[in-house]
Design a protein around this ligand. Structure first.
Ligand code: SF4
Ligand code: SF4
Length: 217
């Protein structure tokens, strides 16, 4: 999922004009899990903004605003409130925000309420989010038994460990195990050490050329 943080309230307010009529859009998936743009956070922000004198015309929390059909249907269902609004305040990741902007036929100005941080794995407590994949487009998890060196190593080294590793720890953080030591240990446990001695070519960043686009079917 996409991990977000809500921008500080002062920053959000700094983009709004007194008397501006604002329609808030949240997200029922990632931003709900991150507690940055679910219904609870949308309502809390709405209350705070109203206390500051802003007029909130309405709000909606589409299931996944990054999906065109979801945001289009959310906008259609709330059209009467949206057409009386001056702007959107969007509490989603950058994908959701751009999807709102791309699918809004009124072309309302959009205020961005969240920072998008990374693609993350959600811990069991649903409070810890871990960056474990950088979406490189050329996955090597098969050979590293599920540990992404590109993401977990601060230098993104594909043939590690680097010369800075000491006693199994990473040179950038002495409390952290070097990811290549973790890969070595996992491969050894599974009798797959031959993969450790393989030389991995530099990543094919042509697969990472932005902006990326994929069509299915
Ligand atoms: S190698 Fe790492 S960054 Fe690339 S797709 Fe696999 S998990 Fe993601
Ligand atoms: S010590 Fe290991 S994890 Fe740290 S930068 Fe070097 S190779 Fe990467």
């Amino acid at each position: 999922m996409v991990i977000t943080e809500q921008k500080p309230f002062n920053e959000i307010v700094s983009h709004l004009k007194k008397g501006e009529k604002i329609f808030i859009i949240g997200c029922g998936e990632c931003s709900t899990t991150c507690k940055t743009g679910g219904e609870e956070e949308v309502l809390a922000l709405k209350k705070k903004l109203q206390e500051e004198g802003f007029l909130i015309t309405g709000f909606v929390v589409p299931k996944a605003p990054c999906i065109a059909s979801h945001i289009k249907s959310a906008i259609a269902k709330n059209f009467s409130q949206i057409k009386d609004s001056d702007s959107y305040l969007i509490l989603t990741c950058g994908l959701g925000a751009q999807s709102v902007i791309a699918n809004d036929r009124l072309g309302l100005p959009a205020h961005i309420g969240c920072n998008t941080l990374f693609i993350g794995m959600v811990g069991l407590d649903a409070k810890n989010f871990f960056e474990v994949c950088s979406a490189c487009g050329d996955c090597m998890l098969e050979d590293t038994l599920g540990i992404c060196a590109l993401t977990q190593c601060p230098k993104g080294i594909l043939n590690g460990p680097c010369g800075g590793m000491a006693e199994g720890k990473c040179e950038s953080d002495k409390d952290r195990e070097c990811v290549w030591v973790a890969i070595y240990n996992r491969l050894k446990d599974k009798g797959r050490l031959e993969s450790f001695f393989k030389i991995y070519p530099a990543k094919d960043f042509s697969k990472h050329k932005k902006p990326r686009h994929k069509v299915i079917g």
